[in-house]
Design a binder for this molecule. Structure first.
Ligand code: T1G
Length: 703
């Protein structure tokens, strides 16, 4: 028997223990072990009930995601869980941690379920571009009803134990130790003469309303999950629970699972599952390096960014002192933070007590001496180098030895800032994205002198504050904004050529971007990009059309949403964007004045010019060593720039298009557009000509 699954029988109760760190994933050894145990149990008479428990921090957290790419050997999940369900004696699952995917499906194939009060139970398969493939689409509707099951799988979000009890997903929530509770539950079943309650035998309680439920979910998916295949196939599989016999429903689920597992959507989302975790692996951070403690944080700047960053730490119980130049600024900043928390309370995602306890962690001062015991200080003021240097000199003077000095700068040179301190090894970039308390991406910018333990501390801190931390080296714009530069440049250029903002953003959003780039500029404020270009003249080419649309809008003080007009106008009651003929006319006239050759780019050209310019820049980031991996770039763009996860990120997407196709198109644009902007990055050329991919480049670097 495999040592990851063991069986013991005491007092006529069989305990099946799965112990396969780190998350008891249903990999082949676990499946083979479970098959062996339940085959044994079928022939034994020395037990009256069984309990399935998992050792370690969580009940089974799903299938082994890596196996989808290496091949899934029998026993397959469905067959195995059918074997569990067929057990002649009652089987009780003891759930703790996060029972997810196949873990929840195993639990539903057991006859009863007891959950730890802190357990969370879910079916997140859609986040991987697949559907529950171990009977979940057929058992969940039988356990909790079709509509509730659709919620569970379409949301992909795990439910807490109390909610699971309410739904009927579990039968009991343990007051104390869940394994002991499950044992007691099993003994009670035996005492009461209760046998197996097989989920496959249960009726779908809202089957009569199946047609309207299915129609509503199809409409929901069409609206909120466009361009994807798995959500609609999920609805189809779940619908079968209300119309087909169990075995036929299982067969449909298996057929659909096989179709989806190797499609681009699933490969893209599996790629990101691992890429999101790979970002934490940095060469040079060896096991002997220890992170520094972060017990108290100082934030310099009580503005929107500073307040958002302060909330990130208050949310995890870390006290924060906010510094600004006047009490008026500080009180305004605290007021914004309180308003943000009050919005969460009104949405029910925060209690009034939590609001007060978090506000209680915030203190304010105009005196830097208040930071004398801070372990970390993060500067979040205007993008003016002189101001930042002054602040770092003050921090250097008051912070205790070992403290970390962070800057939230989005474009300025961290090394130049670090050089103003006596402790450049303790200086690091922590580039949050606005609103900092919401956006998941954090670019961790490693200066030339940043020490490894400071880098490790920043990576650990990112996970603690629930951010996706991606390491970048120092360059203009780091990873995200560096790649956004050519992307936005092409979008603006096409407007000067004759396209409209709606053409550009419509093509990008139809392809899957959360928001078109021009609408993003309107949301962020058109002056933000303009100010950055003014502050970095060395990064602006000698090209009067370069970001000319933005300059015109700023000159007219049409800065986007906040002024009611930018690329679009926002004067409808719902503040939805609408075309602004005056702005379009102004931009087309400017294009003519600058003799920009008129073009009417179609959707394909818009996508190629926006995406391939971004990908080409990404290739440069890799060869310059700014980004460590192509997969890191994918994480930056999917976590922070609205790039659709089902396309895997810009570099994964490039691999699916084919680097030769992209290379050839860039060469063509070099002839038909501006060669200054359309020269293939050497790495892209090399990979394209060798028939290789960015994924293979990552692998070749052992990253
Ligand atoms: N398969 C393989 N490896 C996994 C894994 C999984 N399911 N879950 C985690 N890992 C690895 C992860 O890569 C990392 O490795 C380590 O475990 C710790 O993970 C048939 C088809 C459980 C909430 O989608 O959500 O079941 O980086 O850093 O932050 O119907 O892991 O250390 O080398 O994330 O504490 C459905 C995925 C699968 C759950 C823990 N299940 N996992 O979070 O640790 S499809 C999921 C998670 C399926 C069936 C279908 C999280 C976690 P390394 P971690 P964490």
């Amino acid at each position: 028997m495999s040592d990851v699954v063991t069986l013991s029988v005491t007092d006529r109760i069989a305990t099946v223990t799965i112990d396969s760190p780190p998350v008891n994933a249903a990999d082949h050894p676990v499946r083979a072990g479970l098959q062996k145990v339940f085959t044994d149990l079928a022939g034994r008479a020395d037990y009256d009930a069984a309990v399935v428990v998992c050792a370690g921090r969580t009940f089974m957290a799903g299938a082994d995601i890596g196996e989808f790419d290496t091949g899934i050997k029998p026993p397959h999940h469905q067959d195995l869980f059918n074997l569990v369900e067929s057990c002649a004696k009652p089987v009780v699952a003891a759930l703790h941690g996060t029972a997810l995917g196949a873990g929840t499906e195993l639990a539903m194939a057991c006859h009863y379920r007891v959950a730890d009060k802190g357990a969370r139970i879910g079916l997140p398969e859609l986040s991987l571009g697949i559907i529950p493939g171990a009977g979940g689409t057929q058992r969940a509707p039988r356990l909790i009803g079709l509509d509730a099951a659709m919620d569970l799988v379409l949301s992909g979000k795990p439910v807490p134990a109390a909610k699971a009890l309410e739904l009927g997903l579990v039968d009991e929530v343990a007051a104390a130790d869940v394994n002991a509770a499950a044992l007691a539950y099993a003994k009670k079943l035996v005492a009461e003469g209760k046998g197996p309650r097989r989920t496959c035998d249960l009726a779908v309680k809202d089957a009569a309303k199946a047609a309207e439920i299915i129609a509503a979910r199809q409409a929901q998916v069409a609206k909120t999950m466009k361009n994807r295949t798995s959500p609609l196939k999920l609805v189809e599989a779940m619908a079968a629970a209300a119309s087909l016999p169990f075995a036929e429903g299982l067969k449909l689920e298996a057929d659909i699972s096989r179709q989806l597992e190797h499609a681009v959507e699933a490969r893209a989302m599996r790629h990101l599952f691992f890429a999101d975790r790979e970002v934490r692996k940095i060469p040079g951070i060896t096991k002997d390096i220890k992170a520094r403690p972060i017990r108290k944080v100082g934030i310099i700047g009580a503005g929107t960014m500073g307040g958002g960053i302060a909330m990130c730490f208050a949310n995890i119980g870390v006290p924060v002192t906010i510094i600004d130049v006047s009490d008026e600024n500080l009180q305004r900043g605290l007021g914004i933070i309180r308003k943000n928390y009050e919005r969460s309370v009104s949405r029910g995602s925060l209690t009034a007590e939590q609001l007060e306890s978090r506000m209680g962690l915030l203190s304010v001062s105009t005196d830097y001496a208040a930071l004398k015991d801070a372990d970390l200080a993060i500067e979040a003021v205007f993008e003016k180098m002189e101001l930042k240097k002054d602040i770092f000199a003050r921090l250097d003077a008051v912070l205790p030895a070992g403290a970390i000095l962070g800057t939230n700068t989005s474009t300025l040179d961290i090394d130049e800032i670090a050089a103003t301190t006596k402790r450049p090894a303790d200086v690091i970039g922590l580039h949050f994205f606005s609103p900092a308390n919401v956006m998941p991406l954090l670019e961790i910018v490693q200066g030339a002198k940043t020490s490894m333990d400071v880098l490790l501390t920043a990576l650990d801190m990112a996970k603690l504050i629930k951010k996706t931390g991606v390491v970048s080296k120092v360059c203009y714009g780091f990873i995200g904004n560096r790649m956004m530069d050519p992307y936005g440049r092409e979008a603006e250029r096409m407007v000067l050529e004759g396209a409209t903002p709606a053409d550009i953003d419509g093509a990008l959003e139809g392809w899957g971007m959360a928001m078109g780039i021009l609408a993003v500029y309107d949301m962020a404020g058109i002056e933000v990009g303009d100010n950055t270009r003014i502050a970095n003249p060395h990064m602006v080419p000698d090209d009067p059309s370069f970001y000319r649309c933005s300059a015109l809008l700023v000159a007219n003080k049409w800065l986007g949403q906040k002024t009611g007009r930018g690329y679009y106008r926002y004067d409808s009651p719902d503040r939805k964007r609408a075309p602004c003929p005056e702005v379009i006319e102004m931009m087309h006239a400017e294009g003519k004045r600058l003799n920009v050759p008129a073009r009417k780019p179609g959707k394909d050209e818009i996508l190629e010019r926006c995406l391939y310019s971004m990908i080409n820049e990404g290739a440069k980031l890799l060869e310059e060593g700014i980004a460590l991996r192509a997969s890191d770039i994918d994480v930056v763009y999917t976590a922070g720039y609205g790039f659709p996860r089902y396309r895997g990120g810009p570099m994964f997407y490039a691999d699916t298009v084919g680097l030769k196709v992209i290379y050839d198109k860039i060469v063509e644009f070099g002839k038909t557009l501006d060669p200054r902007y359309w020269t293939p990055a050497p790495l892209l050329e090399k990979l394209a000509k060798s028939g290789s991919t960015f994924a293979e480049w990552d692998a070749s670097k052992g990253k």
